[in-house]
Design a protein around this ligand. Structure first.
Ligand code: SAH
Length: 246
């Protein structure tokens, strides 16, 4: 009986892989992986393991999701242990739910192996806690990728009037719109904001600014990158610990 492991690869630093993920990677007959999963992880696979790349570039899918679903299914018909390796956590904007549902409909057994999501760990490597006593009591993780075909924004901007920390994934190309919208709902233009690129890796870059100047400051930041908005950003001054490439 074959089994598919919908597995989180963590945010980049290979040591942020879970022991469970490492075990199934070592045992896998085939690994179906994304662009965001650190490719060094694949070196842990056994001899003879097959690799299938179904990469995605920040929402621009090289392979459409329904084709990815079908690829996983076809591999499950062929192999016993199928690892579907995804950046971060498979259920945080990872479409792991769709993949699981597709397999369930076809009576393929699967397991979910959660991963360390970039939404929390990338700010942590930049010395920014997503919550902090007296500063932010909650945080939101938001996708800022919007359908290019839709004129109206799908993001419920009015929900963001609170002081929650907001982490935007897939949003770098929308940074100017995001900062304008947040100022538009009443946040001051000197409200703290940071962009973190290639977080948790040796190429990590962080720029800290405000809603008013972040677009200008983050101009050349490479992807993958996330945006974090909130007073917690100021804590980096005390908590910066990881030396990336800045
Ligand atoms: N499932 C993933 C998120 C997939 S969405 C997770 O749990 O982390 C992809 C987005 O995640 C990217 O566009 C970027 O915003 C963010 N991201 C992933 N890895 C990152 C990294 N190392 N540094 C900065 N942002 C990252």
């Amino acid at each position: 009986m074959s089994r598919v492991y919908l597995t989180g690869a963590g945010p980049g630093d290979i040591e942020l892989l879970t022991l469970k993920a490492l075990r199934v990677i070592k045992e896998a007959d085939v690994i179906i992986y994304d662009r965001l999963a650190n490719p060094d992880i694949l070196k842990e696979a056994k001899n003879g393991c097959e690799f299938v790349y179904v990469g995605k570039e920040d929402g621009h899918h090289i392979m459409p999701q329904d084709q990815i679903n079908e690829t996983i299914y076809q591999n499950a018909l062929k192999y016993n242990k199928v690892v579907r390796l995804k950046g971060g956590d498979p259920f945080v904007f990872g479409r792991g739910g769709e993949e699981g549902a597709y397999l369930k409909e076809r009576n393929i057994e699967f397991e979910i192996i959660p991963g360390i999501t970039s939404a929390v760990s990338v700010p942590a490597y930049a010395g920014i806690p997503v919550t902090h006593r007296g500063v932010a009591v909650s945080f939101r993780v938001v996708t800022a990728h919007e359908s290019p075909n839709k004129k109206e924004s799908q993001i419920p901007w009015d929900n963001y009037k609170t002081d929650d920390t907001i982490v935007f994934l897939m949003g770098l190309h929308n940074l100017s719109k995001i900062s304008k919208k947040l100022i538009g709902i009443g946040k001051p233009s000197n409200y703290p904001c940071a962009v973190i690129s290639k977080g948790t890796t040796k190429d990590q870059k962080v720029v800290v600014g405000t809603l008013g100047d972040i677009v200008e400051k983050a101009v050349d930041m490479p992807t993958p990158a996330l945006i974090i908005v909130g007073e917690v950003v100021n804590l980096r001054e005390q908590l910066q610990w990881f030396k990336g490439n800045d």
